[in-house]
Design a protein around this ligand. Structure first.
Ligand code: SAH
Length: 352
């Protein structure tokens, strides 16, 4: 039976489900989920990501992490971790870019938090020289100082969605009609976690319940050393319906054939900042600004010198795609956690 059929049967038996329950099934159902069943990345897949666009993305983040490690006195044991590493491209680029940093590779052990068996297999191949460990949850990461990256991970965490109605909040639900799965709206109820959104009646806001424990577990480790960099698309105090389904690089109805399309929601960076204690948190900055500050243009020029023709054009296009405001540069944002009393990592410091 299709996942849509299974979910319809479940809704008929037990009633409508929240969007978070629906997203969790669509993405991570053990045999029919989107991430559990395939490799959706890259030009031939459903969507592409910054590390798949260019090695420069991982190189810049790698140098940022290694510089942070040096600035913090080069501790001799440190966890280098990634959440949702996909094909392992970002981590591979981080490791390659930091090979020349004396002592760094001796100090790190590589840890990957990944739900998808297919992606775990791809990561094992890609990172076989580095003997990575895999974890189901951020809670399982070692307690040592932590250098962590997560690109387009938080946007895959299931969200709940509500519309403001009077003093309450009416939740978006997934129900079933004769025509199949359909959206419905629950009765307005109090949701104190949303009351800082001072919005007009009818405005939609989203909440990612899984984000708080993820950020909390990372923050507890980073507070004692290291840094954590989150890059994703989103805003500060996001509002509106941001749930998006994408199949073969085109938007589709989120309820159409769940498990066969990517399903994401914009990340509310304010929610990251609110969950960041006991770590300190940087301001949210645009991806383009971060990469420029970390030196991506000089790196692109250096790489371009060795190329010509179509390869050179592809490099220039990739640089533009990552940093230009009309491409990913403004839409994607970054934020970093760091130990209280230490400077923000390179690129996140406004005076840098
Ligand atoms: N960071 C990669 C892949 C982004 S796609 C890149 O930028 O190319 C999202 C990744 O998060 C995939 O690897 C997916 O399998 C993983 N993922 C999604 N939800 C997860 C969860 N709840 N726990 C662990 N991994 C998850």
């Amino acid at each position: 039976m299709t996942l849509a059929g299974q979910l319809a049967a479940r809704i008929r038996a037990t009633g409508p489900m929240t969007l978070a329950e629906f997203m969790a099934e669509a993405l991570l159902h053990p045999t029919l989920g989107y991430y559990t069943t395939g490799d959706p990345l890259g030009a031939a897949g459903d969507f592409t990501t910054a590390p798949e666009i260019s090695q420069m993305f991982g190189e810049m983040l790698g140098l940022c992490l290694a510089q942070t490690w040096l600035d913090q006195g080069a501790p001799d044991t440190v966890t280098l971790a990634e959440l949702g590493p996909g094909r392992g491209t970002l981590m591979a680029d981080i490791l390659r870019a930091t090979r020349g940093v004396p002592g760094f590779h001796d100090a790190i052990s590589v840890h990957l938090v990944e739900a998808s068996p297919a992606f775990r297999a791809a990561q094992a191949t890609r990172l076989s020289d580095y003997d990575p460990s895999w974890h189901d949850s951020v809670d399982d990461l070692p307690d040592s100082p932590l250098l962590l990256v997560a690109n387009e991970f938080l946007d895959a965490l299931p969200i709940r969605q509500f519309a403001r109605v009077g003093d309450g909040w009416a939740e978006t639900l997934v129900t079933v009609t004769d025509g199949g799965l359909a959206f419905a709206r629950g009765e307005p109820v109090p949701v104190p976690e949303l009351d800082h959104h001072d919005v007009a009646d009818g405005t939609i806001v989203e909440r990612c319940p899984a984000l708080v424990p993820v950020i909390g577990a990372v923050a507890a480790r980073v507070a004692t050393g290291g840094t954590a960099i989150f890059v994703d698309y989103g805003h500060w105090r996001a509002q509106g319906d941001t749930v998006q389904a994408v199949r073969a690089h085109a938007p589709v109805d989120p309820l159409d054939a769940p498990g066969t399309a990517d399903l994401t929601a914009h990340v509310d960076f304010e929610a990251i900042a609110r969950a960041a204690a006991p770590a300190a948190v940087t301001p949210m900055i645009r991806q383009g600004v971060l990469l420029e500050r970390l030196g991506i243009t000089a790196r692109a020029q250096a790489l371009a010198r060795g190329l010509d023709g179509a390869e050179r054009d592809a490099l220039i296009a990739a640089h533009r795609r990552l940093v230009h405001p009309a491409e990913m540069g403004d839409l994607f944002k970054a934020i970093a956690l760091h130990p209280p009393g230490t400077p923000p990592p390179p690129g996140f410091d406004a005076s840098a």
